[in-house]
Design a binder for this molecule. Structure first.
Ligand code: NZQ
Ligand code: ZN
Length: 394
Protein backbone atom coordinates (compact mmCIF):
# COMPACT_ATOMS: atom_id res chain seq x y z
CA UNK A 1 0.00 0.00 0.00
CA UNK A 2 1.26 3.49 -0.84
CA UNK A 3 1.00 5.71 2.21
CA UNK A 4 0.33 9.44 2.30
CA UNK A 5 3.37 11.59 3.03
CA UNK A 6 4.68 15.13 3.12
CA UNK A 7 7.73 16.07 1.05
CA UNK A 8 9.45 19.24 2.23
CA UNK A 9 13.22 19.74 1.82
CA UNK A 10 13.74 23.49 1.73
CA UNK A 11 17.56 23.60 1.45
CA UNK A 12 19.06 25.76 -1.27
CA UNK A 13 21.99 23.87 -2.80
CA UNK A 14 24.79 25.50 -4.76
CA UNK A 15 26.46 22.55 -6.46
CA UNK A 16 29.73 22.77 -8.36
CA UNK A 17 33.14 24.38 -8.63
CA UNK A 18 32.34 28.07 -8.94
CA UNK A 19 29.64 28.70 -6.43
CA UNK A 20 31.45 30.29 -3.49
CA UNK A 21 30.89 33.71 -5.05
CA UNK A 22 27.32 33.43 -3.73
CA UNK A 23 28.39 32.93 -0.12
CA UNK A 24 28.52 36.59 0.89
CA UNK A 25 25.06 37.36 -0.48
CA UNK A 26 23.54 34.30 1.17
CA UNK A 27 25.07 35.12 4.57
CA UNK A 28 23.97 38.76 4.33
CA UNK A 29 20.34 37.69 4.12
CA UNK A 30 20.57 36.73 7.78
CA UNK A 31 22.74 39.50 9.24
CA UNK A 32 26.30 40.69 9.53
CA UNK A 33 27.88 38.75 12.40
CA UNK A 34 29.03 35.31 11.26
CA UNK A 35 30.36 32.47 13.40
CA UNK A 36 32.38 30.09 11.25
CA UNK A 37 32.80 26.59 12.71
CA UNK A 38 35.30 24.00 11.52
CA UNK A 39 37.26 20.92 12.52
CA UNK A 40 40.88 20.06 13.16
CA UNK A 41 42.52 21.94 10.31
CA UNK A 42 41.83 20.12 7.03
CA UNK A 43 40.14 23.24 5.62
CA UNK A 44 43.31 25.25 6.25
CA UNK A 45 45.56 22.64 4.66
CA UNK A 46 43.42 22.51 1.52
CA UNK A 47 43.21 26.30 1.13
CA UNK A 48 39.45 26.48 1.61
CA UNK A 49 39.72 28.49 4.82
CA UNK A 50 41.47 31.37 3.03
CA UNK A 51 38.92 31.43 0.22
CA UNK A 52 35.98 31.47 2.63
CA UNK A 53 37.48 34.21 4.80
CA UNK A 54 38.07 36.33 1.70
CA UNK A 55 34.43 35.99 0.60
CA UNK A 56 33.24 36.96 4.06
CA UNK A 57 35.55 39.97 4.30
CA UNK A 58 34.73 41.09 0.74
CA UNK A 59 31.06 41.03 1.68
CA UNK A 60 31.79 43.36 4.61
CA UNK A 61 30.70 40.85 7.24
CA UNK A 62 32.15 40.42 10.71
CA UNK A 63 33.81 37.05 11.27
CA UNK A 64 34.10 35.01 14.48
CA UNK A 65 35.59 31.51 14.57
CA UNK A 66 35.11 28.26 16.43
CA UNK A 67 37.80 25.77 15.34
CA UNK A 68 38.51 22.29 16.69
CA UNK A 69 35.19 20.48 16.33
CA UNK A 70 36.04 16.81 16.79
CA UNK A 71 35.04 13.83 14.62
CA UNK A 72 32.19 12.33 16.68
CA UNK A 73 31.58 15.89 17.88
CA UNK A 74 31.36 16.48 21.59
CA UNK A 75 28.76 18.33 23.57
CA UNK A 76 31.45 20.59 25.05
CA UNK A 77 32.13 22.04 21.58
CA UNK A 78 28.42 22.68 21.21
CA UNK A 79 28.29 24.39 24.60
CA UNK A 80 31.30 26.53 23.70
CA UNK A 81 29.75 27.55 20.39
CA UNK A 82 26.36 28.38 21.89
CA UNK A 83 28.06 30.61 24.46
CA UNK A 84 30.07 32.37 21.73
CA UNK A 85 26.85 33.11 19.85
CA UNK A 86 25.38 34.71 22.94
CA UNK A 87 28.54 36.66 23.83
CA UNK A 88 29.05 38.01 20.31
CA UNK A 89 25.40 38.39 19.22
CA UNK A 90 25.92 36.11 16.24
CA UNK A 91 23.35 36.37 13.41
CA UNK A 92 24.25 33.38 11.28
CA UNK A 93 26.38 30.23 11.51
CA UNK A 94 28.68 28.98 8.78
CA UNK A 95 29.80 25.34 9.14
CA UNK A 96 32.78 24.39 6.96
CA UNK A 97 33.61 20.69 7.12
CA UNK A 98 32.19 17.20 7.32
CA UNK A 99 29.18 15.85 9.14
CA UNK A 100 30.72 16.36 12.57
CA UNK A 101 31.17 20.09 12.06
CA UNK A 102 27.70 20.51 10.57
CA UNK A 103 26.04 18.43 13.30
CA UNK A 104 27.71 20.37 16.11
CA UNK A 105 26.73 23.62 14.39
CA UNK A 106 23.09 22.56 14.33
CA UNK A 107 22.98 22.21 18.10
CA UNK A 108 25.00 25.40 18.55
CA UNK A 109 22.28 27.13 16.51
CA UNK A 110 19.63 25.80 18.87
CA UNK A 111 21.68 26.23 22.05
CA UNK A 112 22.30 29.88 21.22
CA UNK A 113 18.59 30.60 21.64
CA UNK A 114 17.96 28.99 25.05
CA UNK A 115 19.22 29.21 28.63
CA UNK A 116 19.34 25.47 29.27
CA UNK A 117 22.10 22.97 28.42
CA UNK A 118 22.05 22.04 24.68
CA UNK A 119 22.51 18.40 25.71
CA UNK A 120 18.83 18.49 26.71
CA UNK A 121 17.94 18.58 22.99
CA UNK A 122 19.60 15.16 22.59
CA UNK A 123 19.13 13.35 25.90
CA UNK A 124 16.20 10.93 25.46
CA UNK A 125 15.24 11.52 29.08
CA UNK A 126 14.60 15.20 28.33
CA UNK A 127 13.43 15.11 24.74
CA UNK A 128 9.73 14.88 25.60
CA UNK A 129 9.86 18.15 27.50
CA UNK A 130 12.37 20.13 25.39
CA UNK A 131 12.14 21.02 21.73
CA UNK A 132 13.84 23.39 19.31
CA UNK A 133 11.43 26.29 18.86
CA UNK A 134 14.03 28.75 17.67
CA UNK A 135 17.48 28.44 16.08
CA UNK A 136 20.03 30.64 14.38
CA UNK A 137 20.20 30.14 10.59
CA UNK A 138 22.86 27.72 9.32
CA UNK A 139 24.78 27.76 6.06
CA UNK A 140 27.32 25.04 5.35
CA UNK A 141 30.18 24.26 3.01
CA UNK A 142 30.52 20.48 2.87
CA UNK A 143 33.98 18.88 2.62
CA UNK A 144 33.20 15.17 3.00
CA UNK A 145 30.50 13.10 1.27
CA UNK A 146 29.00 10.82 3.89
CA UNK A 147 26.40 11.79 6.46
CA UNK A 148 23.95 13.90 4.47
CA UNK A 149 23.88 16.43 7.30
CA UNK A 150 24.05 19.09 4.59
CA UNK A 151 20.47 18.32 3.63
CA UNK A 152 18.80 16.83 6.69
CA UNK A 153 17.54 18.20 9.97
CA UNK A 154 19.43 15.81 12.24
CA UNK A 155 22.63 15.74 14.16
CA UNK A 156 24.48 13.30 16.38
CA UNK A 157 26.50 14.44 19.39
CA UNK A 158 28.71 12.56 21.88
CA UNK A 159 28.93 13.08 25.60
CA UNK A 160 32.17 11.43 26.74
CA UNK A 161 31.33 11.97 30.42
CA UNK A 162 28.34 9.64 30.19
CA UNK A 163 29.61 7.60 27.20
CA UNK A 164 26.44 8.50 25.31
CA UNK A 165 26.06 9.41 21.65
CA UNK A 166 22.60 10.55 20.68
CA UNK A 167 21.01 11.86 17.52
CA UNK A 168 17.92 14.01 17.17
CA UNK A 169 15.95 15.60 14.34
CA UNK A 170 14.41 19.07 14.50
CA UNK A 171 13.04 20.79 11.37
CA UNK A 172 14.49 24.16 12.40
CA UNK A 173 18.03 22.72 12.24
CA UNK A 174 17.87 22.14 8.49
CA UNK A 175 20.57 24.24 6.80
CA UNK A 176 19.24 27.20 4.84
CA UNK A 177 21.93 26.82 2.19
CA UNK A 178 24.50 24.12 1.40
CA UNK A 179 27.52 24.66 -0.82
CA UNK A 180 28.44 21.34 -2.42
CA UNK A 181 31.66 21.66 -4.36
CA UNK A 182 33.08 18.22 -5.20
CA UNK A 183 36.60 19.70 -5.45
CA UNK A 184 36.40 20.37 -1.70
CA UNK A 185 36.46 16.59 -1.23
CA UNK A 186 39.58 15.98 -3.37
CA UNK A 187 41.74 15.89 -0.21
CA UNK A 188 39.58 13.31 1.63
CA UNK A 189 41.76 10.26 2.32
CA UNK A 190 40.94 6.88 0.77
CA UNK A 191 40.01 5.64 4.27
CA UNK A 192 37.54 8.48 4.96
CA UNK A 193 36.19 8.12 1.41
CA UNK A 194 35.53 4.44 2.13
CA UNK A 195 33.89 5.21 5.48
CA UNK A 196 31.71 7.84 3.80
CA UNK A 197 30.64 5.32 1.16
CA UNK A 198 29.74 2.78 3.85
CA UNK A 199 27.74 5.42 5.71
CA UNK A 200 25.72 6.40 2.63
CA UNK A 201 25.15 2.76 1.79
CA UNK A 202 23.79 2.18 5.27
CA UNK A 203 21.48 5.22 5.11
CA UNK A 204 19.89 3.69 2.02
CA UNK A 205 19.72 0.16 3.43
CA UNK A 206 18.00 1.40 6.60
CA UNK A 207 15.10 2.51 4.38
CA UNK A 208 15.32 -0.08 1.61
CA UNK A 209 15.21 -3.01 4.04
CA UNK A 210 11.60 -2.58 5.00
CA UNK A 211 8.68 -4.89 4.30
CA UNK A 212 6.19 -2.02 4.34
CA UNK A 213 5.59 -1.88 0.58
CA UNK A 214 5.62 1.66 -0.72
CA UNK A 215 6.52 3.04 -4.09
CA UNK A 216 8.38 0.94 -6.66
CA UNK A 217 9.83 4.19 -7.95
CA UNK A 218 11.55 4.83 -4.61
CA UNK A 219 13.09 1.35 -4.49
CA UNK A 220 14.46 1.92 -8.01
CA UNK A 221 15.83 5.28 -6.93
CA UNK A 222 17.59 3.72 -3.93
CA UNK A 223 19.02 0.97 -6.12
CA UNK A 224 20.40 3.70 -8.39
CA UNK A 225 22.04 5.43 -5.43
CA UNK A 226 23.60 2.16 -4.26
CA UNK A 227 24.93 1.41 -7.75
CA UNK A 228 26.40 4.91 -7.83
CA UNK A 229 28.28 4.29 -4.56
CA UNK A 230 29.54 0.90 -5.76
CA UNK A 231 30.69 2.39 -9.06
CA UNK A 232 32.33 5.61 -7.85
CA UNK A 233 33.72 5.00 -4.34
CA UNK A 234 36.62 2.86 -5.59
CA UNK A 235 37.38 5.39 -8.33
CA UNK A 236 37.49 8.25 -5.80
CA UNK A 237 39.79 6.18 -3.58
CA UNK A 238 42.17 5.49 -6.47
CA UNK A 239 41.91 8.90 -8.13
CA UNK A 240 41.10 11.43 -5.40
CA UNK A 241 40.81 14.30 -7.89
CA UNK A 242 38.37 12.56 -10.21
CA UNK A 243 35.60 15.18 -10.37
CA UNK A 244 32.98 12.85 -11.80
CA UNK A 245 33.46 10.35 -8.97
CA UNK A 246 33.50 13.00 -6.22
CA UNK A 247 30.43 14.74 -7.68
CA UNK A 248 28.44 11.53 -7.85
CA UNK A 249 29.33 10.61 -4.28
CA UNK A 250 28.56 14.07 -2.97
CA UNK A 251 25.08 14.28 -4.45
CA UNK A 252 24.38 10.70 -3.38
CA UNK A 253 25.29 11.56 0.20
CA UNK A 254 22.61 14.27 0.23
CA UNK A 255 19.88 12.25 -1.46
CA UNK A 256 20.44 9.11 0.59
CA UNK A 257 19.13 10.79 3.72
CA UNK A 258 17.28 13.99 2.84
CA UNK A 259 13.92 12.32 3.26
CA UNK A 260 13.05 11.84 -0.41
CA UNK A 261 13.57 8.07 -0.35
CA UNK A 262 11.34 7.63 2.69
CA UNK A 263 8.09 8.21 0.82
CA UNK A 264 5.43 7.27 3.33
CA UNK A 265 7.19 4.21 4.71
CA UNK A 266 6.90 3.44 8.40
CA UNK A 267 10.56 3.59 9.31
CA UNK A 268 12.86 2.59 12.09
CA UNK A 269 16.61 2.32 11.66
CA UNK A 270 18.64 -0.61 12.98
CA UNK A 271 22.37 -0.43 12.20
CA UNK A 272 22.66 3.23 13.20
CA UNK A 273 21.54 2.83 16.82
CA UNK A 274 23.85 -0.20 17.12
CA UNK A 275 26.77 1.74 15.62
CA UNK A 276 26.29 4.89 17.68
CA UNK A 277 26.98 2.80 20.79
CA UNK A 278 30.32 1.68 19.29
CA UNK A 279 31.46 5.20 18.40
CA UNK A 280 30.14 6.55 21.72
CA UNK A 281 32.45 4.32 23.74
CA UNK A 282 35.33 3.61 21.37
CA UNK A 283 35.34 6.81 19.26
CA UNK A 284 35.68 4.84 16.00
CA UNK A 285 34.69 6.32 12.64
CA UNK A 286 30.93 6.01 12.15
CA UNK A 287 31.12 4.54 8.63
CA UNK A 288 33.64 1.92 9.73
CA UNK A 289 31.36 0.74 12.55
CA UNK A 290 28.45 0.54 10.11
CA UNK A 291 30.50 -1.46 7.61
CA UNK A 292 31.33 -4.06 10.25
CA UNK A 293 27.74 -4.35 11.43
CA UNK A 294 25.84 -4.25 8.14
CA UNK A 295 26.50 -7.73 6.66
CA UNK A 296 26.05 -9.37 10.09
CA UNK A 297 22.75 -7.55 10.60
CA UNK A 298 21.63 -8.63 7.12
CA UNK A 299 22.54 -12.21 7.93
CA UNK A 300 20.86 -12.16 11.35
CA UNK A 301 17.59 -10.77 9.97
CA UNK A 302 17.27 -13.07 6.97
CA UNK A 303 14.33 -15.49 7.03
CA UNK A 304 11.67 -16.94 4.72
CA UNK A 305 9.34 -13.97 5.27
CA UNK A 306 11.79 -11.30 4.12
CA UNK A 307 14.05 -13.13 1.68
CA UNK A 308 12.42 -11.33 -1.27
CA UNK A 309 14.07 -8.07 -0.26
CA UNK A 310 17.52 -9.65 -0.37
CA UNK A 311 16.72 -11.15 -3.76
CA UNK A 312 15.66 -7.73 -5.04
CA UNK A 313 18.88 -6.12 -3.77
CA UNK A 314 21.10 -8.92 -5.06
CA UNK A 315 19.66 -9.12 -8.54
CA UNK A 316 19.06 -5.39 -9.14
CA UNK A 317 22.19 -3.95 -7.51
CA UNK A 318 24.83 -6.68 -7.52
CA UNK A 319 23.74 -8.40 -10.73
CA UNK A 320 23.29 -11.83 -9.11
CA UNK A 321 21.73 -14.48 -11.33
CA UNK A 322 17.97 -14.51 -10.54
CA UNK A 323 17.49 -18.10 -11.71
CA UNK A 324 18.38 -19.64 -8.34
CA UNK A 325 16.72 -20.48 -5.03
CA UNK A 326 15.80 -17.29 -3.12
CA UNK A 327 17.88 -18.30 -0.08
CA UNK A 328 20.91 -18.95 -2.26
CA UNK A 329 20.53 -15.51 -3.86
CA UNK A 330 20.16 -13.93 -0.42
CA UNK A 331 23.39 -15.50 0.80
CA UNK A 332 25.22 -14.34 -2.31
CA UNK A 333 23.83 -10.85 -1.76
CA UNK A 334 25.26 -10.72 1.75
CA UNK A 335 28.59 -11.99 0.41
CA UNK A 336 28.56 -9.33 -2.31
CA UNK A 337 27.91 -6.62 0.28
CA UNK A 338 30.79 -7.94 2.42
CA UNK A 339 33.05 -8.06 -0.59
CA UNK A 340 32.23 -4.44 -1.41
CA UNK A 341 32.79 -3.19 2.15
CA UNK A 342 35.83 -5.24 3.13
CA UNK A 343 37.34 -6.07 -0.26
CA UNK A 344 36.71 -3.11 -2.58
CA UNK A 345 36.64 -0.44 0.13
CA UNK A 346 39.30 -2.22 2.20
CA UNK A 347 37.59 -1.57 5.54
CA UNK A 348 38.38 -3.68 8.59
CA UNK A 349 36.09 -6.67 8.95
CA UNK A 350 35.81 -7.38 12.69
CA UNK A 351 35.41 -5.52 15.99
CA UNK A 352 38.67 -6.87 17.50
CA UNK A 353 40.55 -5.40 14.50
CA UNK A 354 39.36 -1.94 15.59
CA UNK A 355 40.10 -2.53 19.27
CA UNK A 356 36.64 -3.56 20.49
CA UNK A 357 36.02 -6.59 22.70
CA UNK A 358 32.92 -7.98 24.44
CA UNK A 359 33.27 -5.90 27.62
CA UNK A 360 30.42 -3.47 26.91
CA UNK A 361 28.20 -5.59 24.63
CA UNK A 362 25.36 -5.97 27.14
CA UNK A 363 25.11 -2.32 28.03
CA UNK A 364 25.56 -1.15 24.42
CA UNK A 365 22.86 -3.57 23.24
CA UNK A 366 20.44 -2.42 25.95
CA UNK A 367 21.00 1.24 25.10
CA UNK A 368 20.75 0.72 21.34
CA UNK A 369 17.27 -0.81 21.64
CA UNK A 370 16.18 2.02 23.92
CA UNK A 371 15.75 -0.45 26.75
CA UNK A 372 13.05 -2.32 24.85
CA UNK A 373 12.72 -3.22 21.14
CA UNK A 374 14.31 -1.70 18.05
CA UNK A 375 11.39 -1.81 15.61
CA UNK A 376 13.45 -1.92 12.43
CA UNK A 377 13.43 -4.27 9.43
CA UNK A 378 13.17 -7.06 11.96
CA UNK A 379 12.35 -6.20 15.60
CA UNK A 380 15.52 -6.54 17.69
CA UNK A 381 15.74 -6.89 21.45
CA UNK A 382 18.82 -6.64 23.62
CA UNK A 383 19.77 -10.29 23.19
CA UNK A 384 19.45 -10.00 19.37
CA UNK A 385 21.79 -7.01 19.26
CA UNK A 386 24.27 -8.74 21.58
CA UNK A 387 24.24 -11.65 19.16
CA UNK A 388 24.89 -9.32 16.18
CA UNK A 389 27.81 -7.72 18.06
CA UNK A 390 29.17 -11.21 18.76
CA UNK A 391 28.90 -12.10 15.05
CA UNK A 392 31.26 -9.16 14.42
CA UNK A 393 34.00 -10.78 16.54
CA UNK A 394 35.29 -12.97 13.72
O1 NZQ B 1 38.50 17.80 11.47
P1 NZQ B 1 39.10 17.99 10.14
O2 NZQ B 1 40.50 18.48 10.20
O3 NZQ B 1 38.24 18.81 9.23
O4 NZQ B 1 39.26 16.52 9.47
C1 NZQ B 1 38.17 15.67 9.20
C2 NZQ B 1 38.04 14.50 10.17
O5 NZQ B 1 39.29 14.15 10.70
C3 NZQ B 1 38.45 14.96 7.90
N1 NZQ B 1 38.02 15.71 6.72
C4 NZQ B 1 36.81 16.25 6.45
N2 NZQ B 1 36.82 16.83 5.24
C5 NZQ B 1 38.07 16.66 4.74
C6 NZQ B 1 38.84 15.95 5.68
N3 NZQ B 1 40.12 15.64 5.47
C7 NZQ B 1 40.69 16.02 4.31
N4 NZQ B 1 40.01 16.71 3.36
C8 NZQ B 1 38.70 17.04 3.53
N5 NZQ B 1 38.04 17.68 2.56
O6 NZQ B 1 37.70 13.75 7.96
C9 NZQ B 1 37.58 13.35 9.32
C10 NZQ B 1 36.15 12.95 9.59
O7 NZQ B 1 35.30 14.07 9.51
P2 NZQ B 1 33.81 13.98 10.09
O8 NZQ B 1 33.15 15.29 9.88
O9 NZQ B 1 33.84 13.42 11.47
O10 NZQ B 1 33.17 12.85 9.15
P3 NZQ B 1 31.69 12.56 8.70
O11 NZQ B 1 31.25 13.55 7.69
O12 NZQ B 1 31.66 11.15 8.32
O13 NZQ B 1 30.80 12.80 10.03
C11 NZQ B 1 30.65 11.80 10.99
C12 NZQ B 1 29.70 12.22 12.10
O14 NZQ B 1 28.37 12.44 11.60
C13 NZQ B 1 27.43 11.63 12.34
C14 NZQ B 1 28.28 10.46 12.76
O15 NZQ B 1 27.70 9.74 13.81
C15 NZQ B 1 29.57 11.14 13.15
O16 NZQ B 1 29.48 11.68 14.45
N6 NZQ B 1 26.24 11.35 11.51
C16 NZQ B 1 25.41 12.38 11.22
C17 NZQ B 1 24.24 12.20 10.51
C18 NZQ B 1 23.30 13.29 10.20
N7 NZQ B 1 23.57 14.51 10.55
O17 NZQ B 1 22.27 13.07 9.63
C19 NZQ B 1 23.82 10.89 10.06
C20 NZQ B 1 24.90 9.88 10.08
O18 NZQ B 1 24.31 8.62 10.08
C21 NZQ B 1 25.88 9.99 11.19
O19 NZQ B 1 25.41 9.35 12.37
ZN1 ZN C 1 25.21 7.26 9.13
Amino acid sequence: MIHDFVYDIPVRVYFGRDQLQHLGAELKKYGTRVLMTYGGGSIKRMGLYDRVVKEIRDAGLELFELPGIEPNPRIDSVRRGAQMCKDHHIDVLLAVGGGSTIDATKFIAAGACVDHDPWDFLDPAKRGTVSVDKALPIIDILTLAATGSEMDSGGVISNPETQDKYGALYPLLLPKVSFLDPTNTFTVSPYQTACGAADMMSHILEVYFNMDQDMYMLDCFMEGLMKTIIRYAPIAMREPENYEARANLMWTSSWAINGFVNGGKRLAWSCHPMEHELSAIYDITHGLGLAILTPRWMQYCLDETNVSKYVQLGTNVFGINPGQEPMAIARQTIDAMSQFLFGTLGLKRTLPEVGIDETHFAVMARKSVGGDVLQGFKPLRQHDVEQIYRMCME
